[in-house]
Ligand binder design. Structure first.
Ligand SMILES: NC(=O)c1ccc[n+]([C@@H]2O[C@H](COP(=O)([O-])OP(=O)(O)OC[C@H]3O[C@@H](n4cnc5c(N)ncnc54)[C@H](O)[C@@H]3O)[C@@H](O)[C@H]2O)c1
Length: 394
């Protein structure tokens, strides 16, 4: 059944790929308050990198995709999907401000009989809070929670492949979720809203803790002046029980850290494993700088070239990237830090050539493919990721 669907936050990293994946199956409207991003998407330009995005956007626009900052379009839709950001506040507690602002906006435009599908990662109980909001006002809006579980950069591919968790507060809410996602042809897994909220958080937190295990092993081995990668390769080689252990690296980005803190807050801050993972992952930049100081006691006189400011490889997203934390610490302990990235737009970055020319030592912040084959001019490279295949020893 072809539905009229609005994606609220539809110019965002998670909202836009969803809009594009649904566009062949439903009449899709992208609604976003970011006027610059709306103008860009309307022109057929992706505001960020996502594989296959440009082509899918061109096709969707040709098919009649509406991209707008006007909320009045929302009144005519069957289903509204909200994919706005869900940050934690300065105390690392969930912030409801963005959601409350959205609800105030929706009160003006929503009609009875519509369904609101929440897709952001939320603090457990948030969906029920939204449902109560409408109930209290005597509104008949069906609320569903259907989390995204995609990886940034390949979201469009993954939406068409990964099973979709769905949940709702009524059979009508669940039906709306089914009608929305069924045309994608992916498996639909039904949970209760609270279960679905926790399933999403557990997924991200599990990943964050796995990275922390690898990073902790990295630090233990490095402290003993042993190459962590020799041990990790030996552990994992043809040994299925260690196969899923990730490799060390700067584990960061807009989701994993804040979702771990959301789960901690939900559990009355009694979440030792989550907090430990945070200390390990967030402590890695400081650890690397200490190692550099040991290796180069004259680090204070050196220019450091930091390559890759995105939070992960081949991404243009610098949100919560540990490269920026690393830069701050290095600025305290070196003569100068020069930063570059082929994808991130940030006026503080300099040309890669200048970094290669002027730096005395390099650190790979994000393991972009191009850094594998750069001419480092015989200067040392600090490579936590083992991107160059020389191991992780300084
Ligand atoms: N799986 C992943 O890799 C991944 C990555 C990033 C984020 N997320 C999750 O997805 C959710 C969205 O994150 P994102 O990265 O897409 O955020 P984003 O900031 O890229 O996009 C959010 C969009 O919502 C818009 N917006 C905010 N308030 C609005 C409102 N009231 N009305 C209309 N538009 C509004 C913003 O302008 C922005 O374009 C978050 O819950 C986040 O935790 C998941």
């Amino acid at each position: 059944m072809r539905l009229k669907v609005a994606i609220i936050g539809g110019c965002g990293h998670v909202g836009l790929p969803l809009a594009l994946a649904l566009a062949p199956h439903h009449d899709v409207i992208i609604y976003d308050i970011n006027a610059a991003a709306v103008a860009q998407v309307k022109r057929g330009e992706m505001p960020f990198r996502d594989e296959g995005g440009e082509q899918a956007l061109r096709e969707a626009l040709a098919r009649g995709l509406i991209v707008t900052t006007s909320p009045e379009h929302l009144s005519s839709c069957d289903i509204l999907v909200a994919v706005i950001g869900t940050p934690v506040d300065e105390h690392l507690n969930p912030s409801f401000a963005v959601f409350d602002k959205l609800l105030a906006q929706l009160d003006e435009v929503l009609r009875d009989g519509q369904a609101l599908v929440l897709r952001s990662t939320v603090y457990p109980g948030s969906s029920e809070r939204v449902q109560r909001h409408f109930q209290k006002r005597g509104r008949k809006v069906e609320v569903a929670f259907c989390p995204e579980r995609v990886a940034e950069g390949v979201a469009l591919h993954e939406i068409r492949k990964l099973p979709q968790i769905i949940s709702g507060f009524s059979p009508e809410g669940v039906k709306a979720a089914r009608d929305l996602f069924s045309p994608l042809g992916v498996e639909l897994i039904e949970l209760s809203p609270l279960e679905a909220e926790l399933a999403k958080l557990f997924t991200n937190v599990y990943r964050y803790i796995s990275f922390a295990v690898a990073n902790q092993f990295y630090m233990v081995a490095s402290e003993w002046n042993i190459d962590p990668y020799r041990i990790l390769h030996a552990m994992k080689k043809d040994y299925p029980r260690a196969a899923h252990l990730p490799m060390p690296g700067f584990a960061a980005g807009p989701c994993l850290f804040k979702d771990t803190m959301q789960l901690a807050a939900f559990n009355n801050n009694q979440f030792f494993l989550g907090h430990s993972a945070m200390l390990v992952n967030e402590g890695l930049p400081q650890f690397v700088v200490q190692q550099m100081q040991r290796r180069w006691p004259d680090l204070g006189q050196k220019t450091v070239g930091l390559l890759g400011m995105a939070f992960k490889a081949e991404s243009d997203d610098p949100r919560e990237s540990l490269s920026y934390k690393l830069k701050k610490i290095l600025e305290l302990h070196s003569a100068q830090v020069l930063t570059c990235d082929p994808y991130v737009s940030d006026a503080r970055l300099v040309a890669e050539e200048q970094v290669l020319e002027q730096a005395d030592v390099f650190v790979i912040g994000a393991p972009h493919k191009r850094y594998k084959t750069l001419d480092y001019r015989g200067k040392p490279v600090v490579d936590v990721w083992n991107h160059l295949g020389h191991g992780g020893k300084l």
